[in-house]
Design a protein around this ligand. Structure first.
Ligand code: FUB
Length: 338
């Protein structure tokens, strides 16, 4: 949806909203939150109006740089630390700097990001900095063995880091099977298993994969892979991993049904068994999140399009407290009340 809401509708939504935009001086989306140096750092997309018409490929998401935000407490205020990486400083990237993530290892901070290369295909890049807010220095080439969008890095307790990524439709994951591209491949349909995100362990240097990525399988309650036609649950984009009380939680966006869902597994590779909905639909077509623990409480960083009155590619990041029930299930949040 690209049409603005009328002022009355907007006012009603604002009045019932779970939270207010974290930042209002620019458009931000896809917030990946981490605790570094005892503070919260958020790595969002920087939405702009690139003047490209809306289409199903998401070409209207024409972002060109990243800003990093720092917060002493989860609900802000959020300090804009300035431009952390510009597309002109990434030799291989041509356009569309979509949802990023960040990680820390051995004194260095890493920014992971997708962008389209000159051949029109998304790849993932990595850039590094001695500071969490950057500026980041990009590697000269995209990460070998990566493709599609929405990188998310999970740091496991044993010091290993895992890179998750993937998104269908405009995110191009449907054109890959077993890490090989063929434009003839499309999203599976009907009872066929849905496509899952990809995961691969990162090498110690954090700029390359230590292994070829494998598909993450998401199972239904009967232990069968989610079906491709199960659009209310199947993976679409925006994978995120967190660990809570001995269980690994994979969460993701269902895309055209506009939900954030999650499943639970016993290791970073999965499989993950579907468990429920984290967030019901927000204003705007996309929904994308991260989950982080800060001083013993859990937080969901997400976005909607309320700041632009509903324009899908002009979004604003938000945050709400997330609750794990005593049995480990996540309590569903409703962005504008039930
Ligand atoms: O921000 C561009 C794209 O929109 C992201 O990569 C997706 O996850 C969706 O939020």
């Amino acid at each position: 949806m690209s049409k603005r809401l009328d002022p009355r509708q907007l006012q009603d939504l604002q009045a019932s909203a779970l939270s207010a935009p974290l930042v209002t001086h620019m458009y931000t989306a896809d917030p990946s939150a981490h605790v570094f140096q005892g503070q919260l750092y958020v790595y969002p997309s920087h939405d702009i109006d690139a003047g490209v018409a809306f289409n199903d490929n998401g070409d209207h998401f024409g972002m060109r740089d990243y800003h990093v935000f720092r917060m002493a407490t989860p609900e802000g205020p959020a300090e804009d630390c300035g431009v952390a990486l510009d597309i002109d400083d990434v030799p291989w990237a041509e356009k569309q700097m979509w949802a990023p993530d960040a990680a820390f290892r051995d004194g260095t901070y890493y920014l992971y990001f997708p962008a389209k290369a000159a051949d029109g295909r998304f790849r993932l890049g990595v850039a590094s900095s001695p500071r969490p807010e950057g500026p980041f220095q990009a590697e000269a080439t995209a990460m070998e063995g990566t493709y599609s969008i929405d990188p998310a890095v999970f740091a496991d307790h044993d010091g290993e880091h895992y890179l998750y990524f993937g998104g269908i439709w405009g995110g191009q994951l449907q054109h890959y099977r077993d890490n090989h591209y063929d434009s003839a491949h499309v999203e599976p349909t009907g009872a066929a298993p849905a496509l899952g995100p990809r995961v691969g362990r990162l090498a110690a240097g954090m700029t390359q994969l230590a292994e070829p990525t494998r598909e993450v399988v998401i199972l239904d309650e009967a232990g069968q892979p989610l079906r491709a036609d199960d659009h209310a649950r199947r993976f679409f984009e925006g994978p995120w991993l967190h660990h809570h009380q001995g269980r690994y939680y994979l969460s993701w966006s269902t895309g055209d049904t506009h939900l954030l869902c999650y499943g639970v597994g016993d290791n970073p590779y999965g499989p993950f068994r579907y468990e429920g909905v984290i967030l019901t639909p927000v204003l705007g077509w996309t929904t994308h999140h991260s989950i982080v623990q800060f001083e013993g409480r859990w937080w969901l960083y997400y976005h909607d399009s309320i700041l632009s009155g509903g324009v899908t590619h002009l979004r604003n990041m938000k945050v709400a407290e997330l609750h794990h029930e005593p049995d480990g299930r996540i309590r569903t949040l409703h962005p504008y009340g039930e």
